[in-house]
Write a protein that binds this ligand. Structure first.
Ligand SMILES: NC(=O)c1ccc[n+]([C@@H]2O[C@H](COP(=O)([O-])OP(=O)(O)OC[C@H]3O[C@@H](n4cnc5c(N)ncnc54)[C@H](O)[C@@H]3O)[C@@H](O)[C@H]2O)c1
Length: 309
């Protein structure tokens, strides 16, 4: 049975702590939080073979971390390994792993534990997009979206969270999307999988908090479009408020958020405002705003990732 809310003493403690938390947030909004040291941390990045995953690997190489790179694309992953080594990483381990397959995730995770050690920063970054209208999207592709964008997070947490709990030390990073906060037409399976990833990461954040596992941090990242090729062809008709992000900028913000142990990172900042508006605007006003910002047309010219010849 849940304990009931109660006494005046508890109310005053709650109010005092709330004021302190507001003040702390205000201070950190003005002066950035000190960055944590990740030298020697074992950082696992899924989807490291291109795009954000590759740039994250290079960033963590500069920071002196031990890298574990997973991707389904062996060639791309090997290229990232080479680039990370060039960036100064002395220990880089690349594994070919199809994150959509639970048994493969568990098998490669066991290999990592034996060959490298306990992963202390887990970045669930691998992702795919179908970009089709719901009724035009084959069932297998929708299932794949869920397997890669969401269910892989379950299996990697199952594999690596126990050691983090035992060591009371770890950081769980979920690369969701602004499409994990607001539904978008022609992205139904993608949005649903990214909402699921967000909800899962937030729930485990609260689960670790409730169990006083204070050494385990969570960062949930929700970016708008980034120029990695994943959303090739998509446009923003309101680049002032919703610019298509440069990958280097996005990765710099993600790494800063991890080093500052921020729980949420939405990019660009206008996404925070959109989520706030969505929570109280009458639906007709919300739709008018979506039409004004051409949100319903974001995917009109989507072509997606170009295949290499
Ligand atoms: N690019 C954007 O506009 C954008 C916006 C918001 C969120 N995101 C998210 O950021 C993350 C990175 O995307 P990106 O833009 O770098 O795209 P990307 O296509 O460049 O990178 C995705 C990587 O995931 C790998 N991958 C795909 N399926 C896999 C599987 N089954 N197992 C293992 N690896 C697999 C791919 O090989 C690729 O290297 C994704 O989760 C994406 O949904 C991207």
């Amino acid at each position: 049975m849940a304990p009931s809310v109660n006494s005046a003493k508890e109310l005053s403690i709650f109010l005092a702590k709330t004021i302190f938390a507001f003040l702390e947030a205000a201070i950190f909004a003005l002066i950035p939080k000190p960055l944590k040291n990740v030298a020697g941390e074992i950082v696992l990045i899924t989807g490291a073979g291109s795009g954000l995953g590759r740039l994250l690997a290079i960033k963590f190489a500069h920071l002196g971390s031990v890298l574990v790179l997973w991707d389904i694309n062996e060639e791309g992953n090997e290229e990232t390994r080479r680039m990370a080594q060039e960036a100064g990483a002395t220990r880089v381990h690349a594994y070919t792993c199809d994150c959509s397959r639970k048994e493969e995730v568990y098998r490669v995770a066991d290999q990592v534990k034996k060959e490298v050690g306990d992963v202390s920063i887990l970045i669930n970054n691998a992702g795919i997009v179908t970009g089709r209208k719901f009724l035009d999207c084959p069932d297998e592709l929708m299932e794949k979206s869920f397997d890669v964008n969401f269910k892989a997070h379950l299996w990697t947490y199952k594999a690596f969270l126990p050691a983090m709990i035992a060591n009371d030390h770890g950081h769980l990073v979920c690369i969701s999307s602004s499409a994990g906060l607001i539904g978008i037409n022609q992205l139904a399976d993608y949005c649903a999988s990214k909402f699921a990833a967000f909800g899962f990461a937030e729930s485990i954040f609260l689960e670790t908090l409730a169990q006083k596992q204070n050494g385990i941090k969570t960062t949930i990242v929700c970016p708008f479009f980034i120029k990695t090729g994943m959303f090739e062809g998509c446009t923003s008709s309101c680049p002032f408020l919703l610019p298509i992000l440069e990958p280097e900028y996005a990765v710099r913000k993600i790494v800063d958020a991890i080093l500052q142990e921020k729980t949420y990172l939405y990019m660009p900042k206008f996404i925070y405002f959109m989520v706030f508006l969505k929570s109280f605007l009458p639906i007709k006003v919300g739709i008018l705003l979506a039409e004004y910002l051409r949100v319903l047309h974001f995917m009109d010219s989507f072509t997606g990732q170009k295949k290499k010849d």
